[in-house]
Each structure stands twice: as C-alpha cells, then as structure tokens.
Design a protein around this ligand. Structure first.
Ligand SMILES: Cc1cc2nc3c(=O)[nH]c(=O)nc-3n(C[C@H](O)[C@H](O)[C@H](O)COP(=O)(O)OP(=O)(O)OC[C@H]3O[C@@H](n4cnc5c(N)ncnc54)[C@H](O)[C@@H]3O)c2cc1C
Length: 454
C-alpha cells in the first residue's frame, strides 16, 4: 500500500460511502469508517471472477459482454460515482439544447438486467501478486482485472507542485473533461456570463476527445447568440489548427459566429494568474520566435495536460510521464500481466483517440478475450479493431463528423523484424448538415443502448 496515494484519495474526499449492489445483496459503510483491509467486498464466487475498475464507457461495455459471453463468471464493476453522466452530448446540454436526463443513467438497472455486480467504492491499491484490489470499503480478489478508469489532470506545467493553486484553477476555470460538478459549474458560468472574454484553452498533448473543445466553443457561441450575450469566446490552441484537420470548425466559426469566436493558433498556456484573472500564453510565430501575452478573462474553461488515471500506475502497467497503459496485443491485454487489461482513455501506445466510441469498441474486444480465457478457448488472434466516429454539434441542428478506421498492417521494427502495426485511416465530413445533427443523436442512443440496454 502506498500511503501517499491513499492520503491523496482521502484528502480529495474520494473515500465515499460504499454501496454494493446486485445479486450479492446490499452492503454499506459510511464515509467515516475505515474498513479493515480484511473486509471482503463480496463473498468468494464458485467460479472465476472478473473485476472491472471504472463504470464508464469502456468498463460498462466490457461488463455486459463478458457476462454475455461467459455467463458462469462473476463480473464486478468498482465505480466511485453514484450516477453515470455522459460527456458526449454534454456540450449540447451546456447550451441548453438537451436536458440532463439525456446524459444520465442509473447504474442499477443495467447491472440487474445483464447480471453483473456494481459496487460503489473508490479503488486505492492493486496488488498483482496476490490478485487483490483494495478500496475505501474493503478488498476484493480477482482472476482477471480490467481497467477502464479514464483520465486525470496534470496541472504541474502551470502551477508546479502547488496543488492548492491547481485545485483553485479546476474550480474557478473548470476544464469539464470529466462529468459532474465541473460541467455544472461551467454551465452556470455560461448562464451568468455578461460579456468580456470567455477563454477556452485546449490541452497540450494527447487528451480526451480531440474535437470536444472545438464543439464546445461552437455550442457556447450558439448559446450567446441565442441569448443576445455580447462577448468573445477565445480559443487558445497549442496546435497550428484544430484537430480534426480540415475546414469544418474554422468554417463554422467564420460563417456562424464571426463576431463571437476568435481562434488563436500556436498559443500555449504557460500559467494562469487566478487573482488577476489573466491567462499567460506563449505564442509561437511562424519563424519559430516566441512571445508572451497576458489575456484577461471574465470566465474561463481551462483544460490542463491530460494523463492516465493513477489506477494504471497502481496496477504497475503504465509507461511514461503521462502513465498511459501499455498493451501487448490488439485485445488490450497488458504487456506486464496476461490477466490484466486496459481499455478506454487510459490506453497508450496505439493510435486511438480518447473517445467513447473507441472505449466501447475496446470493451467488446477485451470482453471476448477475457471470456475466451475464462472458458479455456483459444483467444482470437485476428480481431476486428475498434473503429472511431465523432460527431460535433455546431448549433441546435447541424453537425460535422470525423471517422477513423484502423487496420493491422505488416511492418518492420527498428531491428528489421516483422511486426504488425495498427494504421489509422481518416474520413471526414466537414460540411455541416442537419442530417449529421440527427445522426449524432442516433449514434448516442445506439451507444447508450449497447452499454445500458436503453
Ligand atoms: C465534452 C466531451 C465531449 C465528448 N464527446 C464525445 C463524442 O461525441 N464521442 C465520443 O466517442 N467520445 C466523446 N467524448 C469522450 C468520452 O467521454 C471518453 O472518451 C469516454 O468517457 C472514455 O471512456 P473510459 O471508460 O475510458 O472513461 P470514463 O467513461 O471516464 O470512465 C472512467 C470511470 O472510472 C471511474 N474511476 C476512476 N478512478 C476510480 C477509482 N479510483 N475508483 C473507482 N472508480 C474510478 C470514474 O469515476 C469513471 O466513471 C467526449 C468527452 C468530453 C469531455
């Protein structure tokens, strides 16, 4: 057990009440209780047990399909939240175009309908030698472990080791890349906004849902236009142009919101002066020279560098400073341990974007691999790789989309050995249309149906 990590979880208030739900009945413990390490979350099953950490897009997909393919196994999802709230479609909700109900699901119904168990608790440690996961409310053993814990924020580039400044920034300028209070606070900021600069800063490096901040800028501008709010949305982008590439977002900003959205390329946030309400930006010129500018804000949605959830490091299957999970196969089995899988946004080393579509596809693939291992069947070698499609709403009705298909191709490694690599191929539909707007909702409903059954 790593004490500092446990202390961190305690300090951040994550040691919440526990509620074990599903076939095993209900157990609960209050937040103030410190359960002995020997407390077992659930009785030992007669067969194999799969523990899934993270009840989001990836984890819940895997839970349903492992149980479907290997019904004899016990499948247990450990999730710290009480309610599922979707990030996809949240930008439409931010602009008041869909109700919160559209984004939320309870965890109980799907667990009951599909036969897996949901335990509301926070994971604090993983021991691969004893195959045990520790949580704030007890321990649980596993035969197979699947990690889909998503991302975490890294504010160190802006505030060094000053965790208080980082937390202040998260609360005053919520990044809203994770659902919950950050999204609700951002919506209130938009509703209270009376003019001036509303800054949206895009993270440096790999981050959750590449088109999401650009979609957010459009939907916030739509809200301002609709409500006659005079003010500017300034997008600070460390890149030279929006990802996905192509004219889609830039054309929409120009045609729909010429007086509202201002896009600034090659603009990297260096730090934030929270007292003066100024973002300090390093701007890189075309000739490589840099200059610094302080941009005042009335409100801000500042997204820091993304890294993997600390769960990946806890399991000892991470790599690099950002700590993304490292896999040995396209079925998301980790390099370090054949019993441990990583899916979703926490995956590293593959050319996959961090998207709900991909997390769902990876959940299906890992589920098949784990079910085959449980039943002693040969594991499928030639898997169908996950495919990505992301729709971005630009106003109440219109959207653009970007899709990526992936294939396994022959290649050589640095020593000239034959290897298989995953190659992406991008397709874009940058012409905004109401047809794509409608497809956005059908896609979302299809995903919710695959994960929750409705
Ligand atoms: C604004 C926005 C718009 C988006 N739009 C789209 C879109 O249109 N299309 C698309 O495909 N994707 C979209 N995404 C991306 C999508 O939301 C993510 O890629 C997806 O949620 C990743 O799934 P995941 O399972 O990896 O992580 P998550 O869905 O975040 O699930 C991780 C879960 O792990 C839990 N957890 C973490 N740590 C612990 C712990 N210690 N103990 C217990 N539980 C823990 C968390 O509470 C969380 O519920 C969008 C994202 C944002 C922010």
């Amino acid at each position: 057990m790593n004490l500092s990590r446990r202390d961190l979880l305690k300090a951040s208030g994550l040691g919440a009440a526990a509620l074990a739900l599903g076939g095993a009945g209900v157990t609960s413990a209050s937040a103030s209780e410190n359960p002995a390490a020997s407390t077992q979350l659930l009785p030992k099953p007669s067969g194999k047990r799969v523990v899934i950490i993270g009840g989001g897009w990836g984890g819940l997909t895997a839970a349903r399909y492992i149980k479907k393919e290997a019904p004899e196994a016990e499948v247990v999802v450990l999730e710290k939240r009480d309610t599922f709230i979707s990030c996809p479609i949240s930008n439409e909700w931010l602009a008041g175009e869909v109700p919160m109900d559209f984004l939320t699901r309870d965890y109980f119904t799907a667990a009951k309908d599909f036969g897996y168990k949901m335990v509301q608790t926070t994971v604090t440690d993983i021991n691969r030698e004893t195959r045990t996961v520790k949580t704030t409310t007890g321990s649980i053993g596993y035969d197979y472990l699947l990690l889909s814990p998503g991302i975490a924020y890294d504010y160190s580039k802006w505030f060094g080791n000053d965790t208080q400044a980082a937390e202040r920034c998260r609360q005053e300028c919520p990044p809203a890349l994770m659902s919950g209070s950050e999204h609700v606070a951002l919506k209130k900021m938009l509703e209270d906004f009376e003019g001036g600069n509303f800054i949206i800063s895009i993270p440096d490096g790999a981050y959750r849902c590449p088109p999401a901040p650009y979609e957010r800028a459009a939907m916030m501008a739509h809200y301002m236009q609709k409500n006659g709010i005079k003010g500017k949305i300034i997008i600070l982008d460390p890149k030279a142009k929006p990802a996905p590439k192509g004219p889609g977002f830039m054309a929409a900003y120009k045609e729909l919101y010429p007086d509202i959205v201002e896009y600034r390329a090659n603009s990297l946030v260096k730090t934030v002066d929270l007292d003066k309400k100024e973002v300090v930006v390093t701007i890189t010129q075309e000739d490589g020279r840099t200059e610094e500018e302080r941009i005042p804000y009335a409100a801000a949605n500042l997204m820091p560098v993304n890294k993997a959830s600390e769960i990946i490091a806890m399991a000892g299957v991470s790599q690099g400073k950002a700590g993304w999970g490292m896999m040995s196969s396209p079925t998301f089995q980790t390099k370090a341990d054949e019993r441990v899988f990583v899916i979703g946004d926490a995956v590293g080393g593959y050319p996959y974007p961090k998207s709900g579509s991909i997390a769902n596809g990876q959940g299906h693939i890992a589920a098949s691999h784990i079910a085959a291992m449980i039943q002693g069947r040969p594991v499928l070698k030639d898997v169908t790789l996950p495919q990505n499609i992301c729709y971005s709403m630009l106003n109440k009705e219109e959207a653009i989309s970007i899709g990526v298909t992936y294939s396994l191709m022959d290649d050589k490694d640095l020593n000239g050995n034959d290897i298989k690599v995953i190659k992406p191929k991008m397709t874009e539909n940058n012409t905004r249309s109401t047809a794509l707007g409608k497809t956005t909702h059908s896609w979302y409903k299809g995903m919710m149906s695959d994960i929750f059954g409705s």
